[in-house]
Ligand binder design. Structure first.
Ligand SMILES: Nc1ncnc2c1ncn2[C@@H]1O[C@H](COP(=O)(O)OP(=O)(O)O)[C@@H](O)[C@H]1O
Ligand SMILES: O=C(O)C[C@@H](O)[C@H](O)C(=O)COP(=O)(O)O
Length: 338
């Protein structure tokens, strides 16, 4: 059960470092209601790359984070949480300009009808500068994860490209979770340009069908064919491209011409957000254990299933035995859909 698609440098002390947004999720307590009627929320650390990093740490890996937080109670809540989770937060800078922490208010109208109301004016995470990216942290890491939202604005855009350069220089495997959030971007053309420029440098690219559509702008792939989508990236740096299809599962393509499908597991869904982050954490963890692509995808799908059956994203990230047990229980037919 080994994978030959990606080789990690075992001599490096840190398994995984992520760069990008650190935010707050305020998840509705009164579920199955529109936001207009929601009164109370529970606060969690959020932001897609933060969730993935927390997931990797919970699974037992040595992790670090590179980002920027507001110089206030929210910023300190985030860094305190990262440290308690065992994440090296030495790469997290503190804003000195009066910027604020991004907030994501989640609306849970039904298990399938969820949306997020984002407050992202003057947010600290997009102010991370290239000069604040610690080369030593990336040099010491087996894998770097980047996330698309950090490309939306300067200076965090340049910070991501700086991190990519350090990762290339020091031989870290680069994973890209597309994490496309339209509200952060101003033009479709600009979005596609920067996503494509970053993706060219990455070994592993993970995104939903819709996210890849945004990058292709349907130009050469009007049928939205997953294989055509993936093939393009093998002419650049990619070894693995994963296209996610929500409840319909996911498909991975590898540079050697193989493809692997993963089904989703049955779930008692509370809300759908957090699926992608937990899937990425579980999948990348599996790869780092040397598992096959299929076994890693199965593990990611089960981790996603656990998180969407819970109220939070970050706080619900499972430990490895919990994911294995979940797979066993699903295989025994003990967990069914709603
Ligand atoms: N309703 C669901 N039931 C069970 N698993 C799901 C469901 N939605 C998503 N998943 C799992 O999470 C993975 C990622 O979800 P997806 O919705 O494609 O990503 P994102 O959250 O980034 O939009 C899927 O491949 C699947 O394994
Ligand atoms: O990424 C954010 O800013 C919000 C997240 O913390 C949020 O909980 C979420 O949307 C998770 O995203 P997904 O895993 O892609 O569904």
């Amino acid at each position: 059960m080994t994978n030959n698609a990606i080789a990690f440098n075992a001599a490096k002390p840190l398994d995984f470092v992520a760069i990008g947004r650190l935010c707050i999720d305020l998840n509705a307590n009164e579920i199955n209601r529109p936001m207009e009627e929601t009164i109370t929320f529970t606060k969690y650390v959020g932001g897609s790359p933060a969730n993935i990093c927390i997931g990797m740490s919970r699974l037992g890996l040595k992790t670090g984070f590179i980002g920027k937080v507001a110089n206030d109670q929210m910023g300190r809540f985030i860094t305190g949480y990262l440290e308690r989770e065992g994440i090296d937060a030495s790469g997290v800078s503190i804003d000195r300009t009066g910027a604020v922490t991004g907030l994501a208010f989640t609306e849970i109208k039904s298990p399938t009808d969820c949306s997020i109301l984002m407050y992202r004016d003057n947010v600290a995470d997009l102010l991370l500068e290239a000069g604040e990216v610690p080369e030593a942290l990336i040099q010491g890491a087996k894998m770097l994860l980047i996330s698309g939202t950090a490309l939306a604005k300067s200076p965090s855009r340049e910070a991501v490209f700086q991190a990519l350069e350090y990762a290339k220089k020091h031989g870290a495997v680069i994973a890209f979770d597309l994490d496309y959030r339209p509200y952060t971007w101003t033009s479709d053309e600009e979005t596609a340009v920067y996503y494509n420029l970053a993706a060219e440098k990455c070994d592993i690219i993970i995104g939903t069908r819709e996210e890849f559509d945004m990058m292709e702008r349907l130009g050469n792939n009007p049928e939205r064919d997953d294989h055509i989508t993936a093939a393009k990236w093998f002419d650049h740096s990619a070894n693995i491209v994963i296209i996610k299809h929500g409840k319909d599962g996911s498909i991975a393509y590898t540079k050697d011409g193989d493809s692997h499908r993963a089904r989703s597991f049955p779930a008692k869904v509370v809300k759908t957000f957090g699926a992608g982050d937990s899937y990425a954490a579980g999948f990348l963890y599996g790869l780092m254990q040397g598992w096959t692509i299929s076994a890693s995808m199965e593990f990611g799908s089960a981790a996603a299933c656990i998180v969407i059956s819970s109220h939070s994203c970050s706080d619900a990230m499972p430990k490895a035995p919990q994911v294995h047990e979940h797979i066993e229980r699903c295989l025994r037919g003990e967990i069914t859909n709603d």
